[in-house]
Design a protein around this ligand. Structure first.
Ligand code: BT5
Length: 324
């Protein structure tokens, strides 16, 4: 069935059932059966007598389409597209250990085991969003690589704004929010030795045209479509986000100042500042409430603790915003 889909994805004109059958070595009846299955899965395929079939979705993702649309220098120059895979981060990790080049992109129409942090699940239904991972090979010590999540937050937010003119907020460290709900999550993973970063996997999920979320997410998640009423091209958004990433990342690598030159921009986009927060540390004894007051030069979140008025730096753990 997916071989039929691949043929339709890679043509801009009608293809007859007979030609598809010849290409795949199957009968016209079998082509028709596959077309019906694809339609049941939600693909919009028009059929015209004597002409054949045409995929009429205007937001198709495929390796060829992505490669010819991208205007980046490195990011996504080497692209692997999956209609469905377990997790783009998992697939890219395999490619990373086989010497795939910096900027390699793995992108999927849907994931069966999309991952969030700490073993949480990332929901990634097909046609609705951008689920992708980028391979980065920064020549920096592993302890300096964790701010890549924060840099990605800046790039995603700017990339979305360039296409949609919508301003998003960053919730430290890895969420992008629109009108207070999550439209994007970032999962950064690393392969490193004591003092050497072999590669970084930057996984980004953006809810673009999602129309409805399951009950367990509807209070906390949203999409660009839900908030704006506009269906956006995922390809334009991907291109914009990758271009912004390229700019931010190359500045980060070129400057020896690490995150410090980004701290002010990040702070101005960060929704935690001036808000009442609940910090849940990695140990049970370092959970507390306080007010977000700033971002440090290393990308830590400064929180003024309610219990004693001391300002502390949070570098890991969960931070939620309290509505009190
Ligand atoms: C994240 O984790 O937000 C990181 C998500 C990274 C997803 C990308 S997609 C491409 C790449 N390949 C992968 O397998 N993953 C990456 P965390 O902060 O732990 O948030 C996870 C929580 O977000 C879940 O427990 C849900 O509450 C919520 N969630 C799940 N799916 C969501 C969605 N589509 N939109 C908004 N929230 C969602």
């Amino acid at each position: 069935m997916y071989r039929v889909l691949e043929i339709l994805r890679n043509t801009t004109d009608y293809v007859s059932g007979e030609n598809i059958g010849k290409m795949l070595g199957v009968t016209r009846a079998s082509v028709w059966k596959h077309i019906r299955q694809l339609r049941n899965e939600g693909y919009q395929i028009t059929s015209v007598t004597n002409k054949g079939y045409l995929l009429t979705e205007n937001d198709i993702l495929s390796e060829n389409i992505i490669s010819s649309a991208l205007t980046t220098k490195d990011m996504g120059r080497n692209t692997h597209f999956f209609l469905e895979t377990d997790s783009t981060n998992t697939q890219l990790k395999l490619l990373g250990s086989k010497n795939a080049p910096h900027g390699t992109l793995v992108i999927a129409e849907s994931m069966t085991h999309g991952r969030g942090r700490l073993g949480r699940v990332w929901q990634s239904p097909k046609f609705t969003g951008l689920w992708f991972s980028l391979l980065l090979r920064p020549n920096i010590p592993p302890q300096n690589a964790s701010v890549i999540t924060l840099l990605a937050g800046i790039a995603v937010s700017r990339g979305i704004e360039k296409v949609t003119h919508v301003k998003t907020d960053i919730k430290w460290p890895n969420d992008i929010l629109l009108n207070g709900k999550k439209i994007c999550g970032i999962l950064t993973e690393m392969d490193c030795e004591m003092d050497k970063t072999n590669f970084v996997i930057l996984g980004i999920g953006v809810n673009v045209n999602t129309k409805i979320f399951p009950d367990d997410l509807s209070d906390i998640a949203t999409s660009i479509f839900i908030e704006t009423g506009v269906i956006y091209s995922r390809l334009d958004l991907l291109n914009s986000i990758l271009n912004e990433l390229e700019i931010v990342y190359s500045k980060f690598i070129a400057k020896s100042s690490g995150f410090s030159s980004f701290a002010r921009s990040y702070q101005s986009m960060c929704i935690n500042i001036g808000r009442n927060l609940q910090v849940i540390g990695t140990m049970s004894d370092n959970s507390f409430t306080g007010v977000g007051v700033g971002i440090t030069e290393d990308g830590g979140l400064l929180v003024k603790r309610d219990s004693d008025g001391c300002t502390v730096v949070v570098t890991a753990g969960e931070v939620s915003i309290r509505n009190t």
